[in-house]
Design a protein around this ligand. Sequence first.
Ligand code: FAD
Ligand code: NAP
Length: 346
Amino acid sequence: MKAQEHASLKSLNSFGVSATAGLLLTIETEEDVLSLPVFNPRKDLVLGGGSNILFVNDVPGTVYLNRITGRNIVKEHDGCAQIEVGAGENWHQLVCWTLDQGLHGLENLSLIPGLAGAAPIQNIGAYGVELSSVLETVTAWDWKNSVWVILNKGECRFGYRDSLFKSTKTHRYLITSIRLRLSRQFEPQLDYAALRDALSTTGVDQADAKQVSDTVIRIRQQKLPDPAINGNAGSFFKNPVISMDKAETLRMRFPNLPTWPAGTTQAKLPAAWMIEHCGWKGFQENGAAVSSQHALVLINQSQASGRHILDLSAKIAHSVEQEFGVILDIEPKIYRGSDLEIDSFD
Ligand code: FAD
Ligand code: NAP
């Protein structure tokens, strides 16, 4: 296990904002986990690839970098295979590996940054597919009781960009591996018009899994700002889900506002549309900016601090609420420092 005192976190978060950790510990094996100091939820933090976090303050205690690797087919039956994946595996490389193995289910989730261990945290999703559609179990170290636990899908309480790990039990579990169930048979998920349209331009009639993955990669590369150039954490806000009635009322005022059903009684609204409507696209302040490529993505344009980015997000959320009466929830984890963090495991 590698240890570094007073470590910079700047290259370890995709926003590229400055922050430090009192101690940086790199976990490489499950044995390393057994020798870890007691996790202090007030001072410590677990970090994967840093692509869904905004540091507004330094981490006074220890940052645990989870780098446990390994990906194996552990079971195969009835045209399905179960794979066990170490939390430190790069997500996109995992997607490519599954395609090479002739396993299907992850193609719509191509090119999502970050590591496999963080995928359950917000139940990653893109183009109509969520991790929960393929996840079997999550193996984690329970910091509270100092035991290994295996949580099944139901216990993970997955929701829209949400899970047990993101809500009430934020600090309790160190995820060390995930088990996915993938199919030998390819069933394309082409509900999203952007994906269907892009596929149709390739001239292919019936795309295979690799073609779907390549198309997702192409759209994402065209549409999303590259964190290596302009630091960002992808979508800064979740798409709000509101009652169908409220959505209908909004549609009367804003006939061009797209909506999608979310279950039988609710509707999902595109946060990007509302932010753009309020005139924020391309806006810059104190080095923080709203991407001119995609209004849902806040970027570190030039040496912005986490606080500058968070302040800009508050102004955007306020104006959307004023205009639409809809509250935007922030998607990435905001690390505000020990004083404001939850101080127990529950
Ligand atoms: P980190 O940012 O390191 O951590 C995120 C949270 O998870 C933190 O609270 C951290 O404490 C916790 N955590 C991380 N690893 C563990 C672990 N092993 N055990 C316990 N807790 C842990 N997300 C989507 O859902 N869909 C997308 O399409 C998408 N597109 C993106 C595009 C871009 C350009 C970017 C920059 C981000 C995008 N994201 C997307 C967000 C992000 O990539 C995902 O949420 C990803 O799963 C985060 O992984 P990470 O390893 O970087 O997590
Ligand atoms: P898009 O295709 O321009 O669509 C805009 C929004 O409309 C999306 O956010 C999507 O919601 C919603 N949408 C479109 N078609 C839909 C359908 N048939 N049913 C339900 N909802 C629909 O989106 P985009 O911004 O380019 O992103 C493409 C996909 O990648 C989306 O799924 C998005 O979530 C994902 N993505 C996520 C992040 C992140 O950081 N979380 C970053 C980039 C891209 P959903 O977002 O709910 O899917």
